[in-house]
Design a protein around this ligand. Structure first.
Ligand code: NDP
Ligand code: GDR
Length: 322
């Protein structure tokens, strides 16, 4: 039975990846940081099937301990300060966790168990002010936030450890992906959750920022399969993962509201507090390398994702107010 360690297992992607690996017969070890409150909502359904161990990307010795104790075949580094606006408020913390945390983990692997295969959760935010459309593995980076800058560092340190030490270390350049488990602060969940609250009469407005930015949104459950496929290859290479289709935040609003028979113009209020100091205007993936090498394709598109998220939030909220 292969062993995999997932950092960030309590996050959206960590929970889907853990379920995916369990179904493949892996022993799954989830590294979680200490908190005074329990953060296991997304993994409560599999808690008896996985092992939870404490560790923090800030703390080198905790990472050494995790690798030493389990000597995993695969490590998936999903942990990060992942919310872009927070990266302007907490740029140093974002750099410590999202950038330097990766070096700490790679060092632990290099020193203790260099046979371990390593996946780094890189991001389309690295393309930022895009140099070409669509974005592929060879598109130059131009990050627009401290988060994006930290992810560029994390990407290059992963490539560098592969080239310097011959580690099997890969970087997955994933475009936006949501799900009913997405954090409430990210725009697609904020909109779908807001639509459900409005439909149920719990509120009568939804405050958003820039409605014109465009993203390539997919379903998280599809994307964790791509992470695993990257680690099953003979050679370590980096891959862009996305749907190849882009939509504006406004289009997302139109679709989510119309799914429950409402018009977004009656409810959405633009609020300057949600605008960013520097924006990423358009992202759209060219996933052709992944389609060819990994035989990977997204199963759920934009419409299916948005409808699923609205329906799940309606169901959940209806139960809560019942
Ligand atoms: P989430 O924000 O849902 O999850 C982040 C995880 O990181 C949580 O488990 C969190 O733990 C953990 N974490 C944060 N800080 C630390 C730390 N110092 N030490 C250990 N763990 C920590 O992110 P997603 O699941 O959406 O994303 C997973 C990864 O993929 C992230 O690296 C993100 O930047 C990247 N990514 C995400 C994309 C997306 O669209 N979802 C697209 C491209 C990249 P806790 O529960 O305690 O907060
Ligand atoms: P992003 O996702 O920054 O792309 O990072 P987010 O959902 O936060 O923003 C997407 C776009 O929507 C616009 N927007 C708003 N965003 C938020 N959060 N809240 C609002 O009210 C709002 N109104 C408009 C933003 O300006 C932006 O243009 C996500 C994260 O998951 C990262 O960790 C990941 O690396 C990238 O996706 C790929």
């Amino acid at each position: 039975m292969p062993t995999a360690i997932i950092t960030g297992i309590t996050g959206q992607d960590g929970s889907y990846l853990a379920e995916f690996l369990l179904a493949k017969g892996y022993e799954v070890i989830g590294m979680v940081r200490r908190s005074s409150t329990v953060t296991f909502q997304r993994i409560k359904q599999i808690q008896d099937d996985i092992t939870i161990i404490q560790g923090d990307l800030h703390d080198q010795s905790s990472l050494v301990d995790v690798i030493e104790r389990y000597r995993p075949q695969e490590v998936y580094n999903l942990a990060a300060q992942s919310f872009v606006p927070t990266s302007w408020n907490q740029p140093v913390l974002t750099g410590e966790v999202t950038a330097l945390g990766v070096t700490r983990l790679l060092e632990a692997i290099r020193l203790i168990n260099p046979e371990t295969r390593f996946y780094q959760a890189s991001s389309s935010e690295m393309f930022g002010k895009v140099r070409e459309v669509p974005q592929s593995e060879s598109t130059p980076f131009y990050p627009r936030s401290p988060y994006g800058v930290a992810k560029v560092y994390a990407h290059w340190i992963t490539v560098n450890y592969r080239e310097s030490y011959d580690l099997f270390a890969v970087s997955g350049l994933l475009f936006n992906h949501g799900s009913p488990r997405r954090g409430l602060e990210f725009v697609e969940r904020k909109i779908c959750h807001g639509v459900a609250r409005i439909k149920l009469g719990l509120t009568d407005e939804l405050r958003l920022g820039n409605l014109d930015s465009r993203r390539d949104w997919g379903f998280a459950g599809d994307y964790v399969e791509a992470m695993w496929l990257m680690l099953q290859r003979d050679a370590a290479e980096d891959y862009v993962i996305g749907t190849g289709v882009t939509h504006s935040v406004r289009e997302l609003c139109e679709l989510a509201f119309s799914h429950v028979g409402l018009d977004y113009k009656d409810y959405v209020v633009q609020d300057p507090q949600f605008y960013r100091p520097a924006e990423v205007d358009i992202l759209v993936a060219d996933p052709s390398k992944a389609i060819k090498d990994l035989n990977w394709e997204p199963k759920i598109g934009f419409d299916g994702l948005v409808q699923m998220m609205v329906d799940e939030d309606l169901k959940r909220l209806a139960l809560e107010i019942d």
